[in-house]
Design a protein around this ligand. Sequence first.
Ligand SMILES: *Cc1c(COP(=O)(O)O)cnc(C)c1O
Length: 387
Amino acid sequence: MSTKPQARPDQVDRLFLSPPHITQAEIDATVAALRSGWVAPLGPEVDGFEQDIIDFTDVPYAVALSSGTAALHLGLLALGVTAGDEVIVPTLTFGATAFAVTYTGARPVFMDVDETTWNLDPGLLDQDLRERARNGRLPAAIVPVDIFGRPCDYERILPIAEEFDVPVLEDAAEALGSRTPLGSTGSFGRAGVFSFNGNKIMTTGGGGMLVSSDAALVSKVRFWSTQSREPQPWYEHAEIGFNYRMSNVLAAIGRAQLARLPGMIDRRMEIRSRYAHQLGRLPGVRVVLDPAGSRGNGWLTNVRFDCTAHPGAPERARMALEARNIESRPVWKPMHLQPVFADAPAVVNGTSERIFADGLCLPSGSAMSDDQVDLVCEVVAEVLRAA
Ligand SMILES: *Cc1c(COP(=O)(O)O)cnc(C)c1O
């Protein structure tokens, strides 16, 4: 049997941004799970996957869910976020961070990010919470996001949140396997969230996980995720429930992927270094690196162009890559610029808008070859020479 996944004919030669990296191990695990008879959102692979994540992240409790978005939703509920509350979210993130806030009836407050890490700006956070404390309007939670796999500055963010007694939910959807001197991503708030969607660093074909060192919090989330079923022989409900649990079949894929994750992270970091080395020779573009002392998972390699010297370079590079059937992507469009959040409060200073204007995400999948990295660099170099 071929281990190469079937692709649509028009996609056979396409170089994707971050495609799933599936091998025979995942195929075998899926078949074994199906044969086991546990074809439901419960079973030994779900329990095993939770334990594997606990071992991998060193966070003591975990619950496997149907998506990262579901994990964010239940995490916010577990922190007590409710209708009418405000929740601080970095404006430079994927929409799901903010969508989950709205599911609770709370509203997101978008805050700008740091120029070097692209993560929640601790200075702005400090200033804003001080002002809110004076006005008696503290947020119900803060959701820092480890963007593109780069860990936030938790040495600054956590003491600020603690001073004002605001709980933190860490959106580590993009950052499984990233580490800082303080510990691994996912471990920093009252709870942390991972995603296993198709283009994340590892996948279950769609899935998520909530981790926490608070046993009661995790057991509450597990209860809600399985329709809030009370321990009775009939279906007894004292609370609203959710159908958010992970399938046993998908958990089997997750376990096979997680076993390969250290190798996949190493490869992504090699790709990052190769980009940094090749593109570092060109004036007008630079690769964004991890904050000092921490090691990201290399999920997506980001570059920034000097758009003064090279106007329009990010979009010209994207189009030139597209002409070679290579996928690249603009950075997440800031949430405060999204039509759906036009009325949301925003504490912004122009940083995320600059990053959106001059940044680009390059193909970073762990199955990429060195030649493919070199080709991307060559196309970018051509674009910069043409200006
Ligand atoms: C992918 C992602 C999510 C959502 O995860 P899903 O598993 O796709 O629901 C949330 N936040 C961020 C920052 C993400 O990148």
